[in-house]
Design a protein around this ligand. Structure first.
Ligand SMILES: Cc1cc2nc3c(=O)[nH]c(=O)nc-3n(C[C@H](O)[C@H](O)[C@H](O)COP(=O)(O)OP(=O)(O)OC[C@H]3O[C@@H](n4cnc5c(N)ncnc54)[C@H](O)[C@@H]3O)c2cc1C
Length: 410
């Protein structure tokens, strides 16, 4: 890891208290939290606008609580779909259990999952940043490197209105899985790539009417045909496994294959009917990787720059928002003259542990349980899901974990 370069600094004032690199869901919410706390923040985003890529659609209760403090929860809820429960199902046997979040009503103000595109929230956070007097949002601003000095950090910006060198007390890398900041720090990012891609199909077919006993989020187990059904305001999304070794990306995304996959959920459609119901299909490669540290001096890694996981359980963006929110709280406290160095160190360790031992294990456990091929284990898994429906205490514990409330306990 890089050592700070000795000070050669001029006495010129710093450009900001904090520079946030990356304007995805994590960078924008982190920057907004810093500005709300009274810090001068510059956000540098390489693109010219919010990415509209179809990715996260699930917001968990603790994330909504954090967004509420930033004034974003209510407008987001207005644009989303409230999922009061979610289901585990079997592709052949149907519903196994419907888990209602109502049981968490003493634990959170938001006892539900909110289904809405991450780009909707990011667009709202951008607008709030633009309106905030302490925040400066720069798009088309690609960061190419950083230098740690004794008392500040320098950021090299290769494009946009701030091209050149910017200086701040702290820098936060929220620049996604291929993070330039992580690489500039020479921080390792180890883990594995999953043995299958995920094929996501979006459909305008009203699955909630056609399959009337489903919930707004459904995890469907099967040794071959496992899949996930998720509703969001623009329609339903179906996620299927797409093995690496068997098919090329071109074949997986071909109309024939997309129709064939779609027919697993809605059989009996003609090609024309299926084509009319399918809005788009995308292929994702999925990884489980964690940075070897989330802090090097006054430079921090949050969100996908720090950890990536499979999307089974909808925890990647949510945990990234939690990283940034908790970090911003500490930096705000530190700016008031409190020595928060030990707390920042504890933050880095705790958030890394959450990525490894909570999000990593939960998402991998969900993926393994859905696709298990061993009949005995599958029956035991079904029985344990079913038991959750009958035992309030066990269900509450389970939902505290799957809604990520447990990940924020000390
Ligand atoms: C199919 C799928 C479904 C998912 N579903 C869920 C879900 O339901 N719930 C959930 O919590 N998570 C989900 N995720 C994960 C979630 O999408 C990511 O965890 C989330 O996007 C991470 O946000 P981020 O801000 O850390 O990174 P990103 O969204 O990758 O944003 C990084 C930003 O940094 C910018 N950037 C990169 N390099 C530079 C640079 N050098 N200079 C300036 N800017 C730069 C990029 O342009 C980008 O805007 C899903 C992912 C996939 C693929």
């Amino acid at each position: 890891m890089t050592e700070p370069t000795p000070a050669t600094e001029s006495e010129a004032p710093l450009d900001a208290d904090v520079i946030v690199v990356g304007g995805g869901p994590v960078g924008t919410t982190t920057a907004l939290k810093l500005a709300h706390g009274g810090l001068r923040v510059i956000l540098l985003e390489g693109r010219d606008a919010t990415s509209l890529e179809h990715r996260a659609t699930t917001f968990h209760p603790p994330t909504l609580e954090m967004l509420d403090e930033l004034g974003l929860a209510e407008p987001l809820i207005e644009k989303g779909i409230i999922a009061p429960s979610y289901q585990f199902r079997d592709a052949k046997l149907g519903k196994i259990v419907d888990l209602e979040f109502e049981i968490l009503k003493e634990d959170t103000r938001y006892p539900f999952r909110l289904q809405v595109e991450q780009s909707v929230m990011t667009t709202m956070a951008n607008a709030a940043l633009e309106a905030h007097p302490l925040a400066e949002l720069n798009t088309q601003s690609k960061v190419t490197g950083i230098r740690r000095r004794a008392n500040h950090v320098e950021v090299e910006v290769a494009s946009g209105p701030r091209t050149g060198t910017l200086r701040a007390s702290h820098v936060i890398g929220a620049d996604g899985m291929k993070s330039t900041i992580r690489q500039a720090l020479d921080v390792g990012f180890s883990g594995h790539t999953y043995p299958e891609r995920f094929l996501v199909i979006s459909t305008s077919a009203p699955l909630h009417e056609l399959l009337p006993d489903i919930a707004s989020v459904n995890y469907v187990a099967d040794p071959v045909d496992w899949h996930v059904l998720m509703r969001n305001p623009s329609g339903w999304r179906i996620l299927f496994p797409a093995p690496f070794d068997e098919e090329t990306p071109e074949h997986l995304l071909s109309p024939e294959n997309v129709r064939r996959q779609f027919a697993r959920v809605l059989p009996g459609r003609t090609d024309d009917e299926a084509d009319a119901a399918i809005d788009w299909a995308t292929l994702y490669e999925v990884h489980r990787k964690v940075a070897e540290t989330l802090r090097v001096g006054n430079v921090y890694l949050v969100g996908d720059a720090a950890h990536v996981n499979n999307p089974m359980g909808g925890m990647g963006m949510n945990s990234g928002v939690h990283d940034g929110y908790l970090l911003a709280e500490l930096l705000v406290r530190g700016s008031g003259g409190v020595d928060v160095d030990a707390e920042l160190e504890a933050w880095a360790e705790k958030r890394r542990a959450v990525a490894l031992d909570f999000v990593g294990k939960e998402t991998e456990g969900n993926w393994s349980a859905l696709r298990d091929t061993d009949e005995e284990r599958r029956a035991a898994q079904r029985a344990s899901w079913q038991a959750l429906g009958e035992d309030d205490d066990a269900r509450r514990d389970f939902l505290l974990t799957s809604s990520m409330l447990a990940s924020l306990k000390d």
